[in-house]
Design a protein around this ligand. Structure first.
Ligand code: ADP
Length: 152
């Protein structure tokens, strides 16, 4: 059973995340979309809210599970029997950051492989950060948010 963990903050989930998971579906038997909880990080949306949105967006897909974890991503993967991590690359800075994390996870997680998908051109400008900026600035973020959810 090929299980991949797609870890992230999902603060909030964007159509970029959904596109990545959808494209990765043929590669794995199960994808666990997992919210990493970092107690020292400040989020715009609560963990419960982020989990609820993720569940709503992926509910029709039996191959996708939504979960959350604390502490190391690699240890979470080992705990649930996932040997793969899924991450997206939008640009060079994503690459520089992800390269180190992936190498560390391979060691800490006893051989966990990170599978990277390059963002589609029309998605590569979309990030949770810009969505948060639009929302806090009073703008309309609906073009970047899955249609299943409503951010008010
Ligand atoms: P983190 O807090 O770990 O950066 P994010 O929720 O911002 O978590 O992102 C989770 C994953 O989704 C990352 O691998 C990121 O590269 C990927 N991702 C985010 N936005 C996009 C996008 N527009 N296209 C492809 N991948 C994306």
């Amino acid at each position: 059973m090929k299980i991949a963990v797609f870890p992230g903050s999902f603060d909030p989930i964007t159509i970029g995340h959904v596109d990545l998971v959808t494209r990765a579906m043929p590669l794995f038997d199960e994808i666990v979309v997992a919210v990493g909880v970092n107690t020292s990080k400040k989020y715009l949306f609560s963990l419960d809210q982020r989990l609820e949105w993720l569940r709503q967006v992926f509910k029709a897909n039996p191959k996708i599970r939504v979960d959350y974890f604390q502490n190391l991503t690699a240890h979470y993967c080992q705990r649930i029997g996932a040997r793969y991590l899924l991450r997206g690359l939008r640009n060079g800075s994503d690459f520089d950051y992800e390269k180190t994390i992936s190498q560390l996870n391979h060691i800490v997680g006893g051989g966990i492989e990170t599978v990277f998908l390059i963002a589609q051109p029309e998605m590569s400008h979309i990030s949770s950060t810009i969505v948060r900026e639009i929302i806090t600035g009073g703008g309309d973020a609906t073009p970047f948010i899955p249609k299943e959810i409503q951010i008010t």
